[in-house]
Design a protein around this ligand. Structure first.
Ligand SMILES: Nc1ncnc2c1ncn2[C@@H]1O[C@H](COP(=O)(O)OP(=O)(O)OP(=O)(O)O)[C@@H](O)[C@H]1O
Ligand SMILES: [Mg+2]
Length: 262
């Protein structure tokens, strides 16, 4: 691999819940501009890693460096302002709001004026609102949902809700995007489209993407580098070809059938 900037570094990252060490010394380096993956069995600690990186959990030990800045323990909104955005394993949308409003909510996190300034500076507030809704429309076009801008979020099928969540994450103008099981609940056609969508999104928005995914076609198809967690511990890392052939990974996660069907 060519030399690239390191966008994320997590020396010694550890999360304990009472007696349970959910993540034990999760130590990775992510190169800027890559699409990389985190895999492992249910309960291995993958989402917990995302929760630490994005400020939802304060790690028990270790550090998180975004570029070279220590962001360990920052609250979620500050992590977001640094340029890290995520989607959730269990989709989180404002279901009674429209598709467009859901994306505008993401964009508001980057807005300059705040609500208490609005009455004092109405013209600039309105100008910003217009900018934000234009930008949200632009993002909806990018994810192929602009025709549904006025629909309630809860009327969207599952695959489209996942794309809407990605649009909302993009509205915060991230440099680093974390996707927690983006293909969950998708049929093979939808997950095939999702793979291309992830690659195109990386190009269009100049992103680095870390994804958790159980769909091995998606993981092996888009990831340039993969880490494998098992019971909170990293058991392997490498390019997809190596990971698929790694006996420890096959035993802990992929299973022998995976090899037979590959
Ligand atoms: N807030 C919490 N309090 C207590 N235990 C937790 C908490 N969050 C996660 N855990 C535990 O940590 C372990 C790792 O959970 P995590 O959700 O990170 O797994 P995962 O790899 O994302 O699994 P899945 O593939 O099923 O999503 C599990 O045993 C889980 O029960
Ligand atoms: Mg999870």
């Amino acid at each position: 691999m060519s030399e690239r900037n390191i966008i994320l570094k997590t020396p010694g990252l550890t999360m304990r819940f009472g007696g349970l060490t959910a993540v034990d010394n999760f130590d990775i380096e992510v190169q800027e501009g890559r699409i990389v993956g985190l895999i492992g069995p249910n309960g291995a600690g993958k989402t917990t890693c995302f929760n630490m990186i994005t400020g939802f959990y304060n790690p028990s030990e270790g550090n998180i460096y975004f570029y070279d800045e220590d962001i360990t323990g920052l609250p979620t909104h500050k992590v977001c302002a640094k340029g890290i955005a995520r989607t959730f394993q269990n989709i989180r949308l404002f279901y009674n709001e429209t598709v467009l409003q859901n994306v505008m909510i993401g964009a508001h996190l980057r807005q300059r004026s705040s609500w208490w300034q609005a009455p004092l500076n109405l013209p600039s507030f309105l100008r910003e609102e217009k900018e934000i809704s234009d930008k949200a429309m632009f993002l909806l076009e990018k994810v192929g949902l602009s025709d549904l801008a006025g629909e309630k979020a809860n009327s969207l099928p599952y695959g489209e809700q996942r794309r809407l969540e990605i649009a909302r994450a993009l509205a915060t103008q991230p440099k680093f995007l974390l996707l927690d099981e983006p293909a969950a609940g998708m049929n093979p056609q939808e997950s095939w489209e999702l793979m291309h969508f992830i690659q195109k999104t990386r190009e269009d928005f100049d992103l680095t993407i870390l994804l958790i995914e159980h769909d091995m076609k998606v993981v092996m198809g888009v990831c340039e580098h993969i880490w494998v967690l098992d019971y909170g511990k990293l058991i392997a890392e490498g390019p997809p070809e190596e990971i698929q052939a790694n006996p420890k990974v096959i035993e802990a996660y992929l299973g022998e059938e995976y090899l037979e069907n590959a």
